[in-house]
Design a protein around this ligand. Structure first.
Ligand SMILES: [Zn+2]
Ligand SMILES: [Zn+2]
Length: 914
């Protein structure tokens, strides 16, 4: 819609549903988010943490993406060449689970299909139902470069994965070995240490008696998992433990199974635990495995992949581990070998995917030797190559990196990057960039590729450079690596940030990002974690439907203090919607206030309006021509000078907060400025001037329009849709999303104008407060006389009489000594001035007197009660000192309040002549 002047007309109310979709499409059509490698603009790049292909937008994404989007949009507006690169993660376990569940509905397993057909089926699933989140990212307004979208399983990224695997192998930083790994008996795969969630469970400690093989004595071991005794191959005691000195070197007979196992001395044994003698189960416990290595003990695996007892468990074969635990205890008890069972809560690892209890299991897997890689990553942080925001998260990073263990990267899945290792019939290993046809060692054919795939984090660890075309030396890599900033939650510092740092520093130095900006988790209004079981999960899509995308984004950003958790309640999103509506109404008002053909971006900077006071304003860019401070400020100019000064201050503070990764502060400042100063004060101050018409009206409208245009641009990174729609109409441009960012205008800073306006606001607020306290209806408009505090204030308030009259709803405003014969008058102090308001006709004095007397009597009664208490020696002696002090303080307050009421009664009495 356009008006007669051809300018866009805004509908009466803002409807996000009508504006958002088409606006995003328009941005895509104008290629607003596409990055170029040409030119010399400063580069700003972010690699979007790739959401899972199975995922759908949750509130955590909404926060993470909004922070990245504000950064991308702000830098784009500033003229940087911005690349925000999107993409998805293939999410090995999660995706395989989804497709396996689908198959289960058809009564099939992946083994019925076979590997090739299963993987095809996953790709088909991805094409059809995967990546729902990409459309949801568009709804959220993500200004990503869709032309560069990547997927961790696409051809280029798969080549990067292979290059890294082979190179690490060649460098001796990747190896295959027998280790105790974390095994999920449900997902049937190894898990890395960080994929295991440790949780305290009730648990028990069972004390088992093991007789010596010669029957001469016995010893007792304590264990939380009695069933693992089936895999015991030794008993260990501390070498300095006098209780067991005589037993070291002898053998015990393992109950139920009967095999003889040695008693060994090992310094790793904790003498305080249980009885000080521990059973050694090398195949099912990482510490036991190490003890076994030192003493040459055999490892006996007693479980199947599903954690069911296998043939090594004798008569317990076929029982799952929990049933076996009870059965083993029962059998021991029957033989009189179960000493006791005590309750003992302990931490147990659970699969982060399916929450099944993890089974430590001896297994042949591929590992990355992480220590040398971690050292490089730590160097990059120590040298300042990469910086954490807020810096306190450096400690978290270092804590993880210093205690890092070799990383198990093989997964017993079919969906993922298959490990590029081949085995010949003689057991030689060939690791190669191209699929080999013969063994690299003996040349024999008949190679068999490793069945396993790589941990998903192996490929996402390469994300900042693999997405730019690495290992090729591409234009993109040259232009946009290292990336400017990584934005992520503190929960994946180790999962993901650490891996990207290790791979980036090793394969494509320098470190992959200059800044790691950490944010918190979105929680409910009480700070509670959102979870299905609490029923407090907030769905971002629902909130966008109800209140609009800008409202959701603003509410999230406003709570996003750097590094801290972000509370969110739907009511706060509603409040942000009200803010969007306020801006809309403001935009409509301002548009109606500027003359045809006026573009606020040209005003008041380059288009002098007249040569009166405005000329001083506009010509005063150099500073010297500004009107002398605090003397005879022209009425119409003060509001403009003040608004422009506050605008410049807000611009500077907002820009600094955005730059400091503190968008919450930027949002707070913009909300306060737009709502209170611009919409409430500036618009109200402008209304009488606009109504009066002429050059001053034109200038008032232009300054308002200019201030709003700048505000919209400052707010655009956080609320892109409503600001784009308003900005286009107001400035008559195609878009504001390509900038420019509002320029610095230090000459607009005007402390004198801000001080004068503060006085003026205080005077107006004092009258408004008086009216509210006394219930004076808007229709009653008293005459105000102001005895100003000094000559300057006198000039100021005289010049601003019309503003005061209008904003405080007064019949007239005089500046001067109080009238001697005005009859009953209220006196109010404000900003060092005395405000005199004649009460006749304003209040019903008899009613007011009665009200004041009731108030006084109430205070009297309260004072008497407090005095009686304090006069009571018992109370003073026995009550806690804090209570006595509180009573004294309250009495003082009541007396002060009473004195004020009495003063008011005297005033009113004097005026009524009573
Ligand atoms: Zn699992
Ligand atoms: Zn061979």
């Amino acid at each position: 819609m356009t008006d007669a002047a051809g300018r866009r007309k805004l509908p009466k109310t803002y409807d996000p549903q009508v504006v958002e979709g088409p606006t995003y499409q328009r941005w895509l059509e104008m290629d607003a988010f596409r990055a170029s490698t040409d030119g010399t603009r400063p580069r700003f790049s972010i690699a979007l943490p790739p959401p899972n292909v199975t995922g759908s937008l949750h509130i955590g994404h909404a926060l993470d993406h909004t922070i990245q989007d504000y950064l991308a949009r702000m830098h784009r507006m500033r003229g940087d060449e911005v690349l925000w690169l999107p993409g998805m993660d293939h999410a090995g376990i999660a995706t395989q689970n989804v497709v396996e569940r689908e198959l289960a509905k058809e009564g099939k397993t992946r083994f019925d299909l076979g590997r090739e057909a299963f993987v095809e089926r996953v790709w088909a699933w991805k094409a059809e139902s995967g990546g729902r989140i990409l459309g949801q990212m568009q709804r959220l307004g993500d200004s990503v470069d869709w032309s560069r979208e990547r997927f961790t399983m696409d051809e280029g990224l798969s080549r990067a994965v292979r290059e890294v695997f082979v190179t690490l192998y060649e460098q001796g930083l990747l190896y295959r070995g027998q280790r105790i790994i974390n095994w999920c008996p449900r997902c049937l795969t190894a898990l890395s240490d960080i994929e295991v969630e440790h949780e305290e469970i009730p648990g028990e400690l069972a004390y088992l008696r093991y007789p010596l093989a010669d029957g001469s004595a016995s010893l007792v071991v304590a264990t939380s998992r009695a069933e693992t005794m089936l895999g015991d191959t030794g008993v260990a005691v501390h070498p300095d433990d006098p209780r067991y000195r005589g037993l070291v070197g002898r053998t015990v007979r393992l109950p139920l199974l009967g095999r003889e196992i040695p008693v060994v001395a090992d310094a790793a044994v904790d003498r305080e635990f249980g009885t000080g003698a521990v059973k050694v189960t090398p195949a099912h416990d990482p510490n036991d495995y190490e003890i076994a290595q030192r003493h040459g003990l055999e490892a006996v695996d007693v479980f199947t992949e599903e954690a069911v007892v296998n043939a090594n468990g004798g008569r317990f074969e076929g029982l799952d581990r929990y049933a076996a635990r009870q059965a083993v205890k029962d059998a021991l008890a029957a033989e009189g070998l179960l000493e006791k069972v005590t309750e003992a809560p302990h931490a147990v690892g659970h699969c982060y995917r399916c929450k099944t209890e993890v089974e430590p299991r001896l297994s042949l897997q591929w590992f990355v030797a992480t220590k040398p890689l971690a050292a490089k990553a730590m160097d990059a942080v120590n040298s300042g190559e990469t910086r954490f925001e807020p810096p306190r998260y450096v400690r978290t990073f270092f804590a993880w990196m210093e205690s890092i263990r070799d990383w198990c990267v093989s997964r017993q899945l079919w969906w993922g990057h298959r490990i590029p290792a081949w085995y010949c019939p003689d057991g030689h290993v060939t690791v190669a960039r191209e699929d080999p046809s013969a063994c690299a060692e003996c040349g024999s054919a008949g190679l068999r590729q490793d069945e396993d795939v790589l941990d998903t984090w192996f490929s996402s660890g390469l994300w900042p450079f693999s997405t730019l075309g690495w290992p090729d030396e591409t234009e993109d890599l040259r232009a946009f690596y290292p990336t400017s900033v990584l934005v992520t939650g503190y929960d994946i510092i180790f999962f993901w940030v650490a891996r990207m740092m290790m791979f980036g520093c090793h394969f494509q130095p320098p470190a992959p990002f200059r800044v790691v900006a950490i944010h918190g988790m979105v929680r409910d209004a009480q700070g509670k974690k959102m979870s299905k079981s609490f029923g407090n999960v907030i769905d971002p899509l629902e909130l966008m439907d109800r209140y609009g995308t800008d409202a959701l984004r603003f509410a999230l950003i406003r709570g996003a203090n750097p590094g801290s958790d972000v509370p969110l309640a739907p009511e706060w999103v509603e409040g942000a919607r009200n803010f969007a509506n306020k801006l809309w109404n403001l935009g409509r008002f301002v548009l109606s206030s500027i003359p045809e053909g006026t573009k606020p971006q040209d005003l008041p900077v380059s288009e002098p309006i007249d040569d009166g006071p405005a000329q001083a304003l506009l010509g005063g860019r150099g500073g010297s021509e500004l009107p002398p401070h605090r003397s005879g400020t022209p009425r119409s100019v003060l509001a403009d000078r003040w608004l422009l000064s506050r605008l410049e201050r807000t611009r500077a503070e907002v820009t600094a907060a955005y730059d400091a990764y503190d968008p919450a502060e930027a949002a707070r400042l913009l909300h306060a400025f737009a709502w209170s100063e611009l919409a409430d004060w500036a618009v109200e101050l402008a209304k009488p001037r606009l109504a009066a018409g002429g050059e001053d009206a034109r200038r008032a409208g232009a300054v308002l329009a200019y201030a709003l245009a700048v505000t919209l641009r400052l707010l655009h990174p956080v609320m892109p849709f409503v600001t784009e729609e308003l900005g286009r109409a107001l400035e008559d441009v195609d878009t504001i999303t390509l900038g420019p960012w509002p320029a610095e205008r230090p000459d607009d800073l005007d402390e004198a104008a801000e001080a004068d306006m503060a006085d003026l606001q205080e005077v107006i607020a004092a009258v408004r407060r008086f009216r509210a306290e006394h219930g004076v209806p808007p229709s009653r408009q008293p005459r105000l006389t102001i005895a100003a505090g000094g000559d300057h204030q006198s000039d100021l308030l005289r010049a601003e009489r019309d503003s005061i009259r209008w904003l405080a709803r007064l019949e007239s405003v005089e500046v001067g000594p109080p009238p001697g014969d005005a009859g009953p008058t209220a006196k109010v102090l404000a900003a060092g001035a005395e405000l005199h308001l004649p009460l006749a006709g304003l209040l019903d004095l008899d009613e007011e007197l009665a009200r004041l007397e009731r108030e006084r009597d109430g205070l009297d009664a309260e004072a008497r009660r407090a005095e009686a208490k304090l006069a009571n020696a018992d109370f003073v002696a026995k009550a806690p000192p804090a209570v006595v002090d509180k009573t004294r303080a309250r009495l003082a307050e009541v007396e002060a309040a009473r004195a004020k009421v009495v003063e008011r009664i005297q005033e009113v009495t004097a005026t009524t002549g009573g």
